[in-house]
Design a binder for this molecule. Structure first.
Ligand code: NAP
Length: 251
C-alpha cells in the first residue's frame, strides 16, 4: 500500500491504449492496477516499466465480462493498493471485419459482454467504493469509447460500433446518477490509433490504409489518447462530467 498515492484501475492495461494510460497515470502519481485478460507477459512488462520509472503498479488478471472475476479484481485492489479513486474502462474487443448479415449471435454476444457488460460491472464496483453512500470520498471514471459510436463502422464491425454507442449512453446516464456523490464520469473517443487491435479485426495495416482519409492525414498514437484520458482526472476537469473528448485527427 502507498497511502500517499491515489489508486487507479486500468482495465486492459497490458497493451495499446491501456498500457499508455497506466504509464502516464503512474507518472502523474497514481498507484496503478494493470488489469489484463490473457497477456500476463505484456502486463508484467508494463508493471516493470512503471517500477523502473519509480512508480508503483501491480498486474492483475480478470476477464471484465465475468462478474465474479470483476468482483475479485476490485477486492484484490482494495487489499493490495487501497480504495480506488480512478477507473479507466479501457478493455475492449472487436472481431474479424464482416457485414451484419454474416454475424452470428455468439460473436455479437462476446462483443457486448466485453465492451458493455464489462464496463457496467466495473462502474458498479467503482461506485460502491467511491460513493459517500458506501463510505467513499468520490472519484472519477473514464470510459474509452470510439468514434465508431458516431460513424457506425459499416462493412467492418457494426456490432463493435453499437457496443460503443451503448458505452456512451452509460457515460451519460451514470454521470448524472452519481454526480451528487462526487463522482465524475467521462469518455474519450479515439479514432484510428496504432495498436494491435486492428490485427484482431483481420487487418494489421488498417491504420495506414485509412490515414489519407483522416483530416490530420495520419493515425494517432496511444500517448495522444492517454493524455486526453488523464486530463479528465486532473483538477482542471473538476467541473466536467458526462463529457466526451474525441482523439481522432478530425475524423
Ligand atoms: P488492444 O491493443 O487490442 O488491447 C486490448 C486490451 O484489452 C488488452 O490489454 C487486452 O488484454 C484487454 N482485454 C481484452 N479483452 C478483455 C477482457 N475480457 N477483460 C480484460 N481485458 C481485456 O486494444 P486498443 O487499441 O489499445 O484498445 C483499447 C480501447 O480503445 C478499446 O476499448 C478499444 O475499443 C478502444 N479504441 C481503440 C481504437 C484503435 O484504433 N486502436 C479506436 C477507438 C477505440 P490482454 O493483453 O490480456 O489480451
Amino acid at each position: 500500500m502507498h497511502p500517499s498515492k491515489k489508486v487507479m484501475i486500468v482495465t486492459g492495461g497490458s497493451r495499446g491504449i491501456g498500457a499508455a494510460v497506466a504509464r502516464l497515470a503512474s507518472r502523474r502519481g497514481y498507484a496503478v492496477c494493470v488489469n489484463y485478460h490473457r497477456r500476463r507477459d505484456a502486463a508484467d512488462d508494463v508493471v516493470r516499466a512503471i517500477q523502473a520509472d519509480g512508480g508503483h503498479a501491480i498486474a492483475m488478471g480478470a476477464d471484465v465480462s465475468d462478474e465474479a472475476q470483476v468482483v475479485q479484481l476490485f477486492e484484490r485492489v482494495d487489499r493490495e493498493l487501497g480504495r480506488i479513486d480512478a477507473l479507466v474502462n479501457n478493455a475492449g474487443v472487436l472481431e474479424t471485419q464482416m457485414r451484419v448479415e454474416d454475424m452470428d449471435a455468439a460473436r455479437i454476444t462476446r462483443i457486448l459482454h466485453t465492451n458493455v457488460v464489462g464496463p457496467l460491472l466495473c462502474c458498479r464496483e467503482a461506485v460502491r467504493r467511491m460513493s459517500p453512500r458506501h463510505g467513499g470520498q468520490g472519484g472519477a471514471i473514464v470510459n474509452v469509447s470510439s468514434v465508431a459510436a458516431r460513424l457506425g463502422s459499416p462493412g467492418e464491425y457494426v456490432d463493435y460500433a453499437a457496443s460503443k454507442g451503448a458505452l456512451d449512453t452509460l457515460t451519460i446516464g451514470l454521470s448524472k446518477e452519481v454526480a451528487a456523490d462526487g463522482i465524475r464520469v467521462n469518455s474519450v473517443r479515439p479514432g484510428t490509433i496504432y495498436t494491435e487491435m486492428h490485427a484482431s479485426g483481420g487487418e494489421p495495416g488498417r491504420v495506414d490504409r485509412l490515414a489519407s482519409a483522416i483530416p490530420l492525414q495520419r493515425g494517432g498514437t496511444v500517448d495522444e489518447v492517454a493524455g486526453a484520458v488523464m486530463w479528465f482526472f486532473s483538477d482542471e476537469a473538476g467541473y466536467t462530467t458526462g463529457s466526451f473528448i474525441e482523439v481522432s485527427g478530425g475524423k
